[in-house]
Design a protein around this ligand. Structure first.
Ligand SMILES: NC(=O)c1ccc[n+]([C@@H]2O[C@H](COP(=O)([O-])OP(=O)(O)OC[C@H]3O[C@@H](n4cnc5c(N)ncnc54)[C@H](O)[C@@H]3O)[C@@H](O)[C@H]2O)c1
Length: 262
């Protein structure tokens, strides 16, 4: 067995065409796993997977909208038929609909919760029987520090991530006896297509970097490395936990408080 024990495991990553998703796919593939990118952007997902494995044996893509129950059910069947079922699910797909709660529309609120929260549960439920059939499994939810820390214009997003964090703990409790471990990662600031607009202005980027004790913006690989560990046998007794990966940003609150004389 290799150190991580992920050789030939089947790993499904939602939102696999995006920044953190593609980093997860690459990291699991490098660790010896067979990977499947589920995304509603199939062109990019197909291109990425073909680059990873031109033979199409160990890296596959499937057009899936996690907001649609039938689409998720079809994706689960695809993984079962082509790779014999999933061992690991990375619930990563997510969207932003920036607006203060006082202005968020019902449609935006419902769309966002349908993808960031309900979509994650839908995916977990669809792949649960496959992991049970294999005797064990692991789910890693990509949450956010926004789920624990309010921020401007982030109402629906923050609420969805807070609920996802609780869903992870609930799944850990309910599915632990089935051999499925469920944990989450709460990224801080990460440079991806989702957040690219925040970094278009170099001054904003620098100001953000200076707020982080580690003095840099996170890289998708920072998240992927932890996802690989949490899904691996090395984390075999970790269940229902959240790991914050933010370079220390969430510990920097007291640095904002003026302290004359110090
Ligand atoms: N980038 C950050 O700073 C940051 C910080 C904290 C948390 N996160 C979380 O990390 C996760 C990944 O974010 P990212 O920054 O890589 O975003 P991204 O926009 O680069 O990638 C998201 C991917 O999800 C896909 N997607 C969206 N809705 C989908 C749906 N209904 N069905 C299937 N696929 C769908 C998109 O097509 C895209 O490929 C998200 O859950 C996000 O909330 C990101």
């Amino acid at each position: 067995m290799t150190w991580l024990g992920l050789d030939n495991k089947v790993v499904v990553v939602t939102g696999g065409a995006g920044g953190i998703g593609r980093a997860c796919l690459a990291a699991f593939h490098e660790a010896g796993a067979k990977v499947v990118a589920l995304d509603r952007n199939p062109d990019t997902a197909n291109t990425l997977m073909a680059e990873m494995d031109p033979t199409g044996q160990t890296a596959l893509a499937y057009d899936c909208d996690i907001g649609q129950p039938e689409s998720v059910a079809m994706a689960a069947s695809f993984v079962e038929e082509n790779l014999g079922g999933a061992d690991v699910v990375i619930n990563n797909a997510g969207i932003l609909r920036p607006a203060p709660l006082s202005e968020v529309t019902d449609d935006d609120w419902n769309d966002l919760l349908n993808i960031n929260l309900s979509g994650s549960l839908r995916v977990a439920k669809a792949f649960c029987p496959q992991m049970v059939a294999k005797g064990k499994g692991a789910i890693v939810q990509i949450a956010s520090i926004a789920g624990s820390h309010p921020q401007p214009a982030s109402g629906a997003y923050s609420a969805s991530k807070a609920a996802a964090l609780m869903m992870v703990r609930q799944l850990a409790y309910e599915w632990g006896p089935k051999g499925i471990r469920t944990n989450s990662i709460s990224p801080g600031l990460v440079m991806t297509p989702l957040s690219a607009a925040f970094y278009a202005d170099a001054k904003v980027k620098e100001a953000r970097e200076n707020m982080v004790p580690s003095r840099r913006i996170g890289d998708p690989d920072d998240m992927a490395n932890t996802a690989v560990f949490l899904a691996s046998d090395r984390a075999g007794y970790i269940n229902g936990q959240d790991i914050t990966i933010d370079g220390g940003l969430s510990q920097a609150l007291m640095g904002l408080v003026p302290r004359p004389g110090y």
